[in-house]
Every structure is written in structure tokens, then in C-alpha cells.
Write a protein of this length. Structure first.
Length: 457
């Protein structure tokens, strides 16, 4: 009966479909979606993307006119007046004009009843001004264009970073989920071992009552049960940690995760459908390089002339002098001929950063190629290991049943039976662990080819 149960479990493992698309677990998918929705890293990266989008808009808004309303009040210590000689000259001129109007000779005295106007100050000491100023950049020397290109590439790099974060998150959640599944499966193995011990307990108890064995055999079974208790305690502690980690990644309630029934099975890939494509890490690095190239051009744009239009309009003319205009418009050119080599040195610094990024890109390509090869080899090794572990379980099961028969016929001690039971338990746990390692190898292989998100999410 025990052998039949074991064969049924092995057939169940072997008969799992070989298409990875059928390994999709709605329960895992829900956890991944929850993790993506509550991921702090993803939210931070989205805010960074929005900031970059806003910076890009601001760059183009440089070409929008800037209009300012300026109001000021100034009080001088005294009015600004013409010098005394000039005032006398103006008063004499005013007297001559008055005499001419009255028909008097220029050397005749001016009648006292004819008043002369005092010479007004050039500027009164109380000065109040209110004006509107406008400035309009017509040509930025291509600085805005190049800055906008740099920000566009930065935005793309951030979008690829978003995919990298998502990929890492899916990997972490999947591994925690599989670890929890392994722990639950290990509990089932220990539960089966406890059932075996309970049956042995019943058999030995009856044998003691019939005088066929001693109490020592029963004590050995009790000790084996205590060892199972310790193993279950260790598994419980591991489960608490796994649940805590999964709760942190997904934001789900720990009680809900504690009661998950996780299907424990191996995940098989159709390697023919595993397409090679450019990793998002490489795409992000390339966009970063393009952003720095555009930024370099933006720095060199400082040496290109810039053109701007300006306008000014006084809202009040009360404090204007005869020399102050009511309004004016103009257009100007600003050409930075020499800035102490500041812009040139900045562009050189960015050039070195670009070269460093190119080296990092090449290094990443080599590391990815190595990672893909290693992941493929580990995947194949994990598949082979499962086959070996199945043989171990089969052999350990047959050995245990044979030992049990010999014990009941008085040919071996209970110690041998318990050793063989322990070997069977270890073989079954090793099989579970090998399936777990194969699943982890599948995740690593998918991750190496950037297929983890689309296959598990």
C-alpha cells in the first residue's frame, strides 16, 4: 500500500505538462500584481520619470515670452535740479520771451505783474515707477534642443529601469512563493513519516504486550517522534520568515499567506521558444549614453550666439524725466566668446563619462552572456538531479519496506527500521528540494533572457 502511494506521487510529478505556459499560477500572478502595485521602488522611479518629463517641458518653455510687472518707489535726499548758471540762463530766456510777447524792448525791465515760471527739477525726490517688461528668447544656440534630447533619452532610460525593477520584484516574489511551497511540501513528508511512526508505535506496543519485544524499542520510536517535532519546529520558523518576506514584497496579510495552498511542481521551459533579445539593462545603458552625448552638445552650445527680443512699457509717466522713454522694443544678440573654458571643460568631463558608460556596456554584455550560459547549464543539471532523486526515493522506499518485513520477522532491530525510515524521509525531502532548485533554475534562466515578467506575470 505504501509503495503504491509512493508510485502515485511519482507519477503525479512526472505527468506535469512540459509547456511553461501551463505553469502559470493564478495565485502567484495575484501576488505579483499586488507586489507591483505597492512597490515603493516602482513608485519612486515613476516620480523620477515625471520629474524628467516636466524638465523636458520646461526646456521647451524657454521659448515662451517672459512678462514681468515691476513697481518701485524711491525717495532721494533732494530733487535733482539743473545747475545755477543754467537755471539763470533759462529764466533770462523766459523773460525775453515774455517781453517779446508784450512788445517791450529786450533791455526794458519786465513789469512786476508778469510772473515767471520757476524751472522744474529734472527729477523730483519722490520717484514712483510702474512698468511692464517682456523678454522673448528667439534662438538659444541649440541649447534647448540638445537639452530636450538628453532628457528624452533619460526618460527612456528610466522606463527601462522601471522594467528592471519589475523584473527583480517578480523574481523575488516567485522565489519566496516557491520557498513557501517547498516548506509546505516538506511538512507533508514529515506528516507521512509521523504516520509511519504511529503505525510502528502501535505494532511495538502490541508486541510488548505479547512479550515479543522490550520497552527499549518503544523508547526509540518516541525519540524518533521527538526528532520529527524538532524538524517541524524548524520548518515552522522557516515558514514564518518566508511568509514575512512575501508579505513585505506584496503587502498581503500574513494570515492569508500562511494559509496558501501552493501547487508544488516543477516548471519546464520550452527552450526552443526561449528567444534571445536585448536585455533591458543594455537598453537602459544605451539610452544613458545617448543622453550624455546630447548633454555634451548642450554644453558646447554655450559658444553659439543667442538671440532675444525685449520690450518695456511704463504704466505711469509721473516720475519720468524728459530723457526717459515711455516704451521701447529691441532685439539683441548674446555671444559668449570666452568663458574661461568652463563649457569646454564640462563637455570634456561628459565625454569621459560617455566613454566610461561604453566600457560598462561592453562589460555588461559579457556578464549577461556568461549569466545566460550558466543559467542554461544549471537548468539542465537541475533536471538531471530530479531524475536521480526519484531513483533514490524509489530505492529508499523499497529498502524501508524490506527492513520493516525483516523486523516483523525478528531478523533486524527497530534501530535498522528507523534508520531506513529516516533515509526514506531524507530522500523524499531531497526530491522536493531538487524540484525547488529546478524551479529556481527556471526562474534564473527566464531572468537571463528577460522572459520572467511575461511568463510569470
Amino acid at each position: 500500500m505504501k509503495r503504491n502511494l509512493l508510485y502515485i506521487s511519482l507519477i503525479w510529478i512526472i505527468s506535469i505538462p512540459n509547456l511553461f505556459s501551463q505553469t502559470a499560477d493564478p495565485q502567484l500572478n495575484a501576488l505579483i500584481q499586488a507586489g507591483i502595485e505597492q512597490s515603493h521602488s516602482l513608485k519612486i522611479n515613476r516620480f523620477e520619470t515625471r520629474k524628467t518629463q516636466l524638465d523636458r517641458k520646461r526646456a521647451w518653455q524657454t521659448f515662451l515670452p517672459k512678462i514681468q510687472l515691476n513697481t518701485s518707489y524711491t525717495r532721494l535726499d533732494n530733487d535733482i535740479v539743473l545747475d545755477e548758471d543754467l537755471q539763470k540762463l533759462l529764466m533770462g530766456t523766459q523773460s525775453l520771451l515774455a517781453k517779446e510777447a508784450l512788445g517791450l524792448p529786450f533791455n526794458a525791465p519786465l513789469p512786476p505783474q508778469v510772473p515767471l515760471q520757476p524751472i522744474p527739477p529734472v527729477q523730483e525726490k519722490n520717484i514712483y515707477k510702474s512698468a511692464v517688461d517682456a523678454e522673448w528668447i528667439l534662438f538659444s544656440g541649440l541649447k534647448v534642443t540638445n537639452t530636450s534630447k538628453a532628457l528624452k533619452h533619460k526618460e527612456k532610460a528610466l522606463s527601462y529601469k522601471n522594467e528592471i525593477i519589475k523584473k527583480e520584484l517578480v523574481e523575488k516574489i516567485s522565489k519566496s512563493y516557491l520557498q513557501l511551497g517547498l516548506i509546505n511540501a516538506s511538512f507533508e513528508v514529515l506528516k507521512q513519516s509521523r504516520k509511519y511512526l504511529q503505525k510502528q508505535n502501535e505494532y511495538v506496543t502490541k508486541a510488548i504486550q505479547n512479550g515479543l519485544t522490550t520497552d527499549l524499542d518503544l523508547q526509540k520510536i518516541k525519540l524518533a517522534e521527538k526528532e520529527l517535532d524538532l524538524k517541524e519546529l524548524e520548518l515552522n520558523n522557516n515558514k514564518k520568515l518566508a511568509v514575512l518576506q512575501l508579505a513585505q514584497l506584496t503587502g498581503k496579510n500574513k494570515k492569508e499567506l500562511q494559509n496558501l495552498r501552493i501547487p508544488f511542481r516543477r516548471w519546464i521551459l520550452d527552450l526552443a521558444q526561449l528567444k534571445k533579445k536585448e536585455r533591458v539593462e543594455l537598453k537602459a545603458l544605451k539610452e544613458g549614453i545617448e543622453a550624455k552625448k546630447a548633454l555634451k552638445k548642450a554644453e558646447l552650445s554655450e559658444y553659439i550666439p543667442k538671440i532675444a527680443a525685449k520690450a518695456h512699457y511704463e504704466l505711469t509717466d509721473r516720475s519720468l524725466t524728459m530723457l526717459d522713454p515711455k516704451w521701447y522694443v529691441g532685439i539683441g544678440v548674446k555671444w559668449n566668446l570666452f568663458d574661461g573654458l568652463q563649457a569646454l571643460n564640462k563637455s570634456k568631463k561628459i565625454h569621459y563619462e560617455v566613454e566610461a558608460q561604453k566600457e560598462k556596456l561592453q562589460e555588461t554584455k559579457e556578464l549577461i552572456a556568461l549569466q545566460q550560459q550558466q543559467a542554461f547549464l544549471n537548468y539542465e543539471k537541475a533536471l538531471e538531479e530530479i531524475g536521480m532523486r526519484k531513483q533514490e526515493v524509489k530505492l529508499a522506499s523499497e529498502t524501508y519496506e524490506y527492513s520493516l518485513k525483516k523486523y516483523r520477522n525478528g531478523l533486524v532491530s527497530i534501530t535498522e527500521v528507523l534508520k531506513d525510515l529516516n533515509r526514506l524521509e531524507k530522500a523524499e525531502l531531497d526530491l522536493k528540494k531538487s524540484i525547488y532548485r529546478q524551479n529556481m533554475a527556471t526562474i534564473a534562466l527566464l531572468n537571463a533572457y528577460d522572459g520572467i515578467v511575461e511568463n510569470l506575470n
